[in-house]
Write a protein that binds this ligand. Structure first.
Ligand SMILES: [Zn+2]
Length: 280
């Protein structure tokens, strides 16, 4: 199993998974979706009662139920650095909550205004300042205010989708587009007919220049009067793509997913060897 990166930027990755089975590809998809650790807000404490600011009394109320505000905060991407943070249940504090496993945020706004994700202030390290600062949380009217303390901790998508670091995780078989030159009459129906513009006209002949963009829709083969085109898929090679939610780079997400997959295989091998030892 090999990986060849096709496109890689901060939040998006597209790669070729070579010499793999469908089960391998699906295992990697599930690891990218569910096994990458990331930080997310899990506890939100709302201040109750009046809030005094600028000599004026504000009511600590918003147009949304507290549960909805907490739910929205839970989905704000929190910067994740596994060098700094560990899972709360595995931490030396034994789950009590300490700077190694939780990050506290405060949010203090008075209306009228829109409260954004960028209004979350980390209490401690600035590295945990939210990067997507313009995610709207709630609108406050005149006389309304919100004061909360929120706690973020590490988790994975297996526990709740708010700990899912990636989205749009998908793959397809590597498309193989071939033109039989002995049948091709250079009618160029494939060049104009392909909805993904896979073909280019080069020196008066159609050439499948971008086969990776093919969606196997077979329109080119259907459009070709001479039946010169065959479109099929390679069952051992896959084109993968995914995006991250901004809590980490796409390269880091892929690295963590592969590590998780490797750890899973090692654990499975250990269990099988133990089973063998028991039966002998
Ligand atoms: Zn701790």
């Amino acid at each position: 199993m090999q990986i060849e990166i096709l496109e890689l930027d901060e939040g998006r990755c597209r790669f070729l998974l070579k010499d793999a089975s469908h089960s391998d590809a699906n295992a990697l998809r599930r690891a990218i979706t569910s096994d990458i650790p990331k930080m997310a807000i899990d506890q939100v404490e709302f201040h109750l009662g009046p809030i005094m600011a600028d000599g004026k009394e504000y009511e600590s109320i918003t147009p949304l139920f507290d549960e909805i505000v907490a739910h929205r905060l839970g989905q704000v991407p929190i910067p994740t650095d596994l060098e700094l943070m560990s899972f709360r249940e595995d931490c030396v504090c034994e789950g009590e909550g300490c700077p190694n496993c939780i990050v506290m945020y405060s949010l203090n706004k008075i209306g009228p205004c829109t409260v954004y994700s960028g209004d979350l202030i980390p209490l401690g390290h600035d590295a945990f300042k939210v990067k997507d600062t313009l995610i709207p949380i709630v609108d406050l009217d005149d006389g309304q205010a919100i004061l909360i303390y929120a706690i973020a901790e590490m988790g994975t998508g297996r526990r709740h989708v708010k700990w899912q670091a990636t989205s749009g995780v998908g793959y397809k078989y590597l498309p193989i587009v071939e033109i039989d030159e002995t049948l091709c009459d250079q009618g160029m129906q494939c060049v104009s007919g392909c909805p993904r513009k896979v073909f280019d006209e080069v020196d008066g002949r159609p050439v499948p220049a971008r086969p990776l963009d093919c969606t196997l829709c077979n329109t080119c083969a259907e459009e070709c009067d001479q039946q010169a085109i065959t479109v099929c898929s390679d069952p051992r090679n896959f084109v993968f793509s995914f995006e991250t939610d901004g809590s980490m780079t796409s390269a880091k997400a892929l690295e963590l997913a592969l590590k998780s997959l490797e750890a899973g295989f090692e654990e499975f091998a250990r269990m099988v060897s133990e089973l063998k030892a028991e039966t002998l």
